[in-house]
Design a protein around this ligand. Structure first.
Ligand code: SF4
Length: 379
């Protein structure tokens, strides 16, 4: 997520809630970060809010339940320089046309009128995203439907890279002696392994015939986040830019005050008019946050005009307040322990850097980079 300030219920239901679920599934090893370089692609002229916004986002991540003790890696993008290096290297093989065709590129240029987005950085942001993803050689990227085009670009870039550059991997050698494996690995990397065929020889070890054909990047798949329709207080999609949000950190009184004027089914002009929760944004909130009992009461009361909208909204507020209670409790804990948050980010950056560097060694090697020179042996 870009650091745009405190997160709202739309961010939670659209992403965070699912991230916490993925984190709790033992088959996934998760990396989540705060995309501060991405913030600069649109806010380069005024970066004054980025630092404060980073703080809010990490507090909301932790409050929502992302937890480094469960193996999740949480970090700030600009703390892991390998993202920028991979972005640069991928830019060598990415056609400008691919970037211009990303649907959000034109859309945002047309919609965001108060900023000059005719910059190289803005054109390249989907490629930076591709680097953000590929640097962890992942199988999946958890995204909403609106990000699927970006994952498709990522797959195309990975495919082009893999077609152009091959890498010898140590797994391609049929050997089991760990010392020989280590030695081979060092030699392979020092020798700037392999474009197009095996060049590494180790004492008494023959490379597997597939050596030099291994690919660096997987083509990650979008793991679509099932996100319910979450209306904002004006009935449109909840979004910071519409000013219709309920924040994860809003106190109870604020939540109730925001829900009071919320739009309802227009058929209920008078208290005695029956309505339909399926045509009412408050009804949508109930479907997401309320218990089955409350939902049944809402349908019954709304359709028979047995309840008023004020009462119905107060039930929706009850449900949201109780859902947010443990989240807000965790947030207070982290707000009161800023050193703990700093440590979590530092540790996350260290772990992410180690994993990213592992990928970059393969990338540099496949692209013929590094300090070793032909004819000069590492031995
Ligand atoms: S009673 Fe509830 S669901 Fe029905 S129109 Fe009013 S707010 Fe909407």
């Amino acid at each position: 997520m870009r650091p745009t300030g405190k997160l709202h219920l739309g961010n939670y239901m659209g992403a965070l809630h699912n991230w916490v679920r993925l984190q709790d599934d033992p088959q996934y090893e998760c990396y989540f970060f705060i995309a501060d370089w991405h913030a600069l692609t649109t806010d380069y002229a005024d970066p004054s809010q980025i630092a404060a916004n980073k703080r809010e986002v990490i507090l909301d991540y932790l409050a929502a339940g992302l937890d480094p003790n469960k193996g999740t890696v949480l970090f700030v993008q600009s703390d892991v320089k390998q993202h920028a290096e991979l972005h640069l290297l991928l830019s060598m093989i990415t056609s400008v046309g691919w970037l211009e065709r990303v649907p959000t590129y034109k859309e945002q240029q047309e919609n965001i009128r108060d900023k000059d987005l005719s910059t190289y950085g803005f054109l390249g942001y989907p490629l930076l995203q591709a680097a953000d993803i590929l640097i962890y050689q992942p199988a999946f990227v958890p995204v909403g439907q609106d990000q699927v085009a970006h994952v498709e670009l990522t797959r195309e870039v990975a495919r082009r890279f893999n077609t152009m550059y091959k890498l010898g991997r140590i797994e391609d050698f049929q050997i089991s002696d760990p010392d020989a494996v280590r030695e081979l690995k060092e030699q392979a990397l020092a020798a700037g392994v392999v474009i197009g065929g095996p060049t590494v020889k180790a004492r008494g070890v023959r490379p597997h015939p597939n050596f030099g054909k291994a690919t660096v990047f997987p083509e990650p798949e979008a793991l679509l986040t099932p996100s319910p329709k979450l209306p904002g207080t004006d009935g449109r999609k909840m979004s910071k830019s519409y000013g219709n949000t309920i924040l994860l950190s809003d106190p109870e009184a604020e939540i109730r005050a925001k829900l009071k004027p919320m739009v309802t089914d227009p058929a209920r002009v008078r208290r005695t008019d029956p309505g339909n929760p399926d045509k009412c944004p408050v009804g949508d909130l109930h479907k997401i946050f309320s218990t089955q009992d409350t939902i049944a009461k809402v349908y019954e009361g709304c359709k028979t005009a047995g309840i008023g909208c004020i009462e119905c909204k107060s039930w929706a507020a009850d449900a949201i307040v109780s859902m947010l209670a443990p989240i807000q409790e965790r947030r207070v804990h982290f707000e009161q322990n800023p050193a703990l948050v700093t440590d979590i980010l530092a540790d996350g950056a260290r772990r992410a850097t180690a994993r990213a560097e592992q990928t970059m060694r393969e990338v540099r090697s496949a692209m013929g980079l590094g300090s070793s020179l032909p004819g000069i042996s590492a031995e």
